[in-house]
Structures are given as structure tokens and as C-alpha cells.
Ligand binder design. Structure first.
Ligand code: NDP
Ligand code: MG
Length: 389
């Protein structure tokens, strides 16, 4: 029996994870569930899965959650230390890292440093702290399995998981992108899009932040950085390919001319089930792919209409704390767009401004990364009034 902690249990990935776990009660038991604002939803999940611990962000929510639980079997904790404690506890074998944004970094890192099997959905953690994160994976013997559908597909198409690319005869990784809901929009149309339109992805149902990232293509920029770290790939070994149907989740090209792809319906339960059971396979409740119903198209991304891709490449080549700055500025800009404070087309401008403004540190230890994250958030907030139009 594997004990599982789900960080971000009330989110889109958290709920899909619990759906898969619920199908296999003989293999998995829930050790801990964590949430931030959706306390009623967390209470319902605790009643269903009976975790040993439930963790909320704010101490004021402890009593609120306790009052909603019908069982006393679950102990309720709060705060950063509690998140890290349930991610690194000796009775937990596997951690699903599914908190959104920079808030996921420290608990995910705690799981890595405790040598856990870590299922990584929280790409922002790896973008912020890539070198340090991967060093901790190696140093503490953690098993890191990608949940992002593209990276999970690449993992499945690589010769032996995450071995060095050249040794396995790999020439290139083709990272697919749906192109988001505004793939065919003109610049004038992009200027008027609303948060609700941005959050309606044509193929995937996801949380609001990643939905906006998909619409700006920053999601692909973050995934490009994520792929560099996960697969120890050079930036020139990763090509981004727009594939509007999201049926092929990514491809790997070999020196002999072979190209391997992983296909499936766009349902996150497939990569989640893959990573949960790896190297075995388990059922995920996902309908089988019917290829007679899909035409598969491919095109190059348009970096002029979607400049976030270029910004992510720039941050990756600058190195050091630049990716953490990119990520923090993006989180602030996306939140401001969702609140109606800035237009959609102002998001890349905020990020560009902050990347240009802030001094980069090449020594990216945890303190300099967290400092860069804080400074970038402040600079991004200060630039919002300048980017309103
Ligand atoms: P959601 O917004 O749906 O869920 C986020 C989860 O994180 C919720 O459980 C939320 O709690 C919790 N949370 C939010 N802020 C904090 C905080 N400050 N401290 C602690 N917990 C917090 O996001 P998704 O599930 O869509 O995405 C989660 C991660 O997975 C992201 O990094 C995303 O990029 C990645 N991912 C998602 C995919 C998807 O299909 N959704 C695909 C690939 C990657 P609460 O709800 O209680 O407020
Ligand atoms: Mg993805």
C-alpha cells in the first residue's frame, strides 16, 4: 500500500489525482490532503478519503474545517511548516505536487529532500529553482515523475526515462502546444479578450492561472524551461510545435530518423495514472482514443502575437534568478488580468519590464531565489498602472 500526500487537493490536478486513487483502493491510501481557500471541498474530500492529516494555509481555517468534518480520524494542521511536514513525513511514500505557483516550491522541495517519489505538476517550482531542485533530486535519491502531459509524454518516449539525451541517440524534443483559445486571434482581437474567455480552453479543463498561461503561451514558455531541467536538455534541443487538437502530447526525435510520440485524449488522469503506477500501468477511467474522429494539424508558434515564449527563452538563457523573476512577474500580471486590472495584451509587457529592471543574481541558492521572487512581485505590482493601456 502506497501512502500519498496530495498538495493542492482541491484543485483541478488534485481532484483528478483523487479520482484515479479512488479507483485503486487496494494500491493507494491517502496520507494527507492540503488546500488553501476551498475549505468545504477539503472537508468533503477528507470524509471520502479519511487522510491522517488535512492541512490548510491559514490557522483561522482549522476550526472551520474541523466543524465540517464528520470524522475525528483526520488531524487538522495549518501553515507552511505543516505543508512541509506532510510532504516529508516518513509514513508518506508519494507526493503529488499540485499547488499552483511559487507557493508550491517549499513543500515540493521538502518532499524531494526527504527522498520521496514526487509527482510534479507544479512546474513553477522547477522553473524558479531548476538547478537547485534537480541537485536535490539527485542528492536525496528522490524519484521525480512529470505530470505535465507534454513532459509525461516525453518521459514515456525517451529510451530510459530521464537519462542523458545524447547517450540515448536523442536528437530533439518536440514539445507540443495547443495554441490556447486565442490561437487564431488578431492583435486587435487579443486586446479585448476577457478573463472568462481566457479561462475557456478548447481542449483542457484546468485552474484559472494555468488557463491564462495557456492563452498567452507563457505556459509553453514555462514548460520549455521545465523540459530543459527535467531532461537535462539544451535549449536548442527543444522545439515548440503548435498542435491544436492536443492528441499528441509531445514527441522525441532520434538520430536514426525515428520520431516517437505519445497520444491520448486530453485528460490529465492519463499522465497522473502513469506517474502513480510507473513502471507499471493502471486504469485511469479515461475513454480510449478514437483516431477516426481527429485530424492532426501542426504549425510553428507565432512569437510576435505571443511574446511570452520569447521572454521565457530569454530568462532561461540569462540563467540564475531570471526564471524565478519571470515566473513571479507572470503570476502578478496574470492575477491582475483576472481581476480586470490590466488587459490581456499587457501581460507580456509587465514581465518584460520586470526582467529588464531587476538585477540578476547568477548564484541561485534558495535565499536569492526567494528574494528575487519577492522583488519581482513588488516591481510587477509597481508596473501595473503603467501597463493598463
Ligand atoms: P488549481 O487552481 O485548480 O488548484 C491549485 C491548488 O493549489 C488548489 O488546491 C489550491 O487550494 C492550492 N493553492 C493555491 N494557492 C495556494 C497557496 N498559496 N498555498 C497552498 N495551496 C495553494 O490549479 P491546477 O490544479 O490547474 O494546477 C496546479 C498545478 O499543476 C499548477 O502548477 C499547474 O501549472 C500544473 N498543471 C496543471 C494542469 C491542469 O490540467 N490543471 C496541467 C499541467 C500542469 P484552494 O483550491 O483550496 O484555494
Ligand atoms: Mg502541459
Amino acid at each position: 500500500m502506497q501512502g500519498i500526500t496530495v498538495l493542492g487537493a482541491t484543485g483541478s490536478i488534485g481532484l483528478s489525482t483523487l479520482d484515479v486513487i479512488g479507483r485503486h483502493p487496494d494500491r493507494y491510501e491517502v496520507f494527507a490532503l492540503t488546500a488553501h481557500s476551498r475549505i468545504d471541498e477539503l472537508a468533503a474530500l477528507c470524509d471520502r478519503f479519511n487522510p491522517r492529516y488535512a492541512v490548510v494555509r491559514c490557522p483561522d481555517d482549522i476550526a472551520r474545517l474541523q466543524a465540517r468534518l464528520t470524522t475525528r480520524a483526520t488531524e487538522v494542521l495549518a501553515g507552511q511548516d505543516a505543508l512541509e511536514a506532510v510532504a516529508s513525513h516518513s509514513d508518506c511514500d508519494t507526493v503529488m505536487a499540485a499547488i499552483v505557483g511559487a507557493a508550491g516550491l517549499l513543500p515540493t522541495l521538502a518532499a524531494v529532500r526527504a527522498g520521496k517519489r514526487v509527482l510534479l505538476a507544479n512546474k513553477e517550482a522547477l522553473v524558479m529553482a531548476g538547478a537547485l531542485f534537480m541537485e536535490a533530486v539527485r542528492g536525496h535519491g528522490a524519484t521525480l515523475l512529470p505530470i505535465d502531459s507534454e513532459h509525461n509524454a516525453i518521459f514515456q518516449c525517451l529510451p530510459s526515462g530521464m537519462a542523458g539525451l545524447e547517450r540515448g541517440g536523442v536528437e530533439k524534443i518536440l514539445l507540443t502546444a495547443s495554441g490556447g483559445p486565442f490561437r487564431t486571434f488578431t492583435p486587435a482581437q487579443l486586446a479585448d479578450v476577457t478573463p472568462d474567455q481566457a479561462c475557456k480552453h478548447p481542449n483542457w479543463s484546468m485552474g484559472r492561472k494555468i488557463s491564462v498561461d495557456s492563452a498567452t503561451l507563457m505556459n509553453k514558455g514555462l514548460e520549455f524551461i521545465e523540459a530543459c531541467w527535467l531532461f537535462d536538455a539544451r535549449p536548442d534541443q527543444i522545439e515548440i510545435l503548435v498542435h491544436p487538437q492536443s492528441i499528441i502530447h509531445s514527441l522525441v526525435q532520434y538520430v536514426d530518423g525515428s520520431t516517437l510520440a505519445q497520444l491520448g485524449n486530453p485528460d490529465m488522469r492519463t499522465p497522473i495514472a502513469h506517474a502513480l503506477a510507473w513502471p507499471e500501468r493502471i486504469a485511469a477511467g479515461v475513454p480510449r482514443l478514437d483516431l477516426t474522429r481527429h485530424a492532426l494539424d501542426f504549425q510553428a508558434p507565432d512569437e510576435a502575437r505571443f511574446p511570452c515564449l520569447r521572454l521565457a527563452r530569454q530568462a532561461m538563457s540569462a540563467g540564475g534568478t531570471a526564471p524565478a523573476v519571470l515566473n513571479a512577474a507572470n503570476e502578478v500580471a496574470v492575477a491582475a488580468f483576472l481581476e480586470g486590472e490590466i488587459p490581456f495584451t499587457a501581460i507580456p509587457g509587465v514581465i518584460d519590464r520586470v526582467l529588464t529592471q531587476l538585477p540578476m543574481s547568477q548564484a541561485a541558492n534558495l535565499d536569492t531565489i526567494l528574494d528575487a521572487d519577492r522583488a519581482a512581485r513588488e516591481a510587477a505590482r509597481a508596473s501595473l498602472p503603467l501597463c493598463r493601456k
